[in-house]
Write a protein that binds this ligand. Structure first.
Ligand SMILES: [Zn+2]
Length: 421
């Protein structure tokens, strides 16, 4: 899908920079251009989903399940948590994360000096500063990241050096290259590689830290003899990658590093706020999918859209969507997981809460936390999910108690960063 934008046909991701513009009417125009593109496609997307819904429910019934939710949990080998735990997760997010997100958004509203926070006000830097330029070339990105990992842990630094030396990093964006970023494993060689499209912005640094976490997982689990022992589920794979984002964060202002100390603090504020905003989004997408397949009304397009609006209202405080009902509905049409990878999303929430625990451990005992993190990565998929998390020094968190203490930790850190800034 493309949109006409100032005389050019642009793919939707290329409107992202305009969503971050300090010019509010420009942001609104970009937001509406993307939403309208999906609203125009409402009929085909809805029909497509209706067919998928009916087929999925039939597949589930044929396999002896009452609905597709039960089938999907079994098909994903979710032995250690079920739909009830996910429902508890949604409730815990609502009780602990939503109020914190409300405080972040109220603060954003005040900083932007607007009467109401509209959906196009969420991407702009509330201090309206120019974006930082943490590196200028792919080579510089790799070299600076190498210094960060050396400082995180000697062995991880060595592994990243191997990736540089053996040309296992394809980092820069260039014409004809596919979009996206990921880490994959060359099992015969016993090496991971990283593919991404760096353009010189802070998001690229975060992407590389994240994918490097997956790479360290690949290095560690390669020691296992059988390929199938090395395929961890997403819940632990994303713990490896998300933890690395958090563990590396204090190292971004090293000498000749990515950022100045003030830039590092700002980037850390943004990353921590983003964690809380992502958790409410994850909960709403997961709650919506559960509703679709278990309410009995998931095949009714009007009921479905209304359920989405209700769930979003539950999880998205402060933002004013008045007069933007169709735009708000179109948000679920943009969520590709709901179409292509049903029930694949809660993993990111579980892993993010695990990563926060690894980070919490590192603040009291750096060496111990790294030791636990690295030991968990060596397990591959040879033991249960709770055991892998325990080894990493974390729990699977579905309850408001543990989630609330992690949210408080993030908010305390945000407070002290703001005082320092
Ligand atoms: Zn990942």
């Amino acid at each position: 899908m493309t949109v006409s934008w100032d005389g050019a046909e642009l793919p939707l991701p290329q409107l992202q920079p305009f969503m971050k513009s300090t010019d509010r009417p420009m942001r609104e125009r970009a937001f509406r251009a993307v939403s309208d593109r999906y609203i125009v496609e409402r009929r085909p997307l809805t029909s497509l989903f209706d067919r998928m819904y009916a087929l999925r429910q039939e597949v589930a019934r044929n396999a002896g399940f009452t609905d597709y939710q039960g089938f999907a949990f079994r098909a994903k080998n979710r032995f250690d948590y079920g739909p009830d735990d996910c429902a508890r997760f949604h409730g815990a997010v609502e009780a602990t994360v939503v109020p914190a997100v409300g405080r972040i958004l109220e603060r954003r509203k005040a900083m932007l000096g607007v009467d109401t926070l509209r959906p196009w006000d969420l991407g702009v830097d509330p201090q309206q500063r120019p974006p930082v330029r943490p590196f200028a070339s792919a080579q510089e990105l790799a070299a600076k990241a190498g210094r960060v990992f050396d400082d995180v842990d000697d062995e991880l630094g060595r592994q990243f050096r191997v990736m540089i030396d053996e040309q296992l990093l394809d980092l820069d964006s260039r014409t004809g290259k596919a979009p996206g970023g990921y880490c994959d494993t060359l099992h015969h060689r016993g090496r991971p590689f990283i593919f991404m499209n760096a353009a010189g912005v802070m998001d690229d640094v975060r992407t590389l830290l994240h994918e490097a976490g997956h790479s360290f997982h690949a290095f560690a689990s390669h020691e296992l003899p059988l390929v199938w022992q090395r395929y961890p589920g997403a819940e632990i794979a994303e713990l490896a990658s998300m933890s690395m984002e958090l563990l590396a964060a204090p190292k971004l202002a090293l000498e000749e590093g990515f950022l100045t100390e003030a830039e590092r603090r700002d980037a850390w504020v943004e990353a921590l706020e983003d964690i809380l905003l992502t958790l409410v989004h994850v909960a709403s997408v997961d709650a919506f999918q559960s509703w679709i397949y278990t309410s009995g009304e998931g095949g009714d397009e009007v009921a479905r859209d209304n359920a989405w609006l209700e769930i979003r209202t539950r999880f998205e405080p402060v933002v004013d969507w008045t007069g933007l009902e169709q735009e708000r509905i179109s948000r679920w049409h943009r969520q590709i997981h709901i179409f292509l990878y049903p029930f694949y999303y809660i993993e990111y929430g579980i892993a993010q809460l695990g990563a926060l625990q690894v980070w919490r451990n590192s603040r009291h005992d750096w060496a111990g936390a790294l030791e636990q993190y690295r030991r968990a990565l060596t397990l591959g998929s040879t033991t249960s999910l709770p055991e892998m998390y325990r080894t990493a020094g974390a729990n699977l968190v579905f309850d408001a108690n543990q989630m609330g203490s992690l949210v408080r930790l993030v908010e305390d850190e945000l407070d002290s960063l703001r005082q320092a800034g």
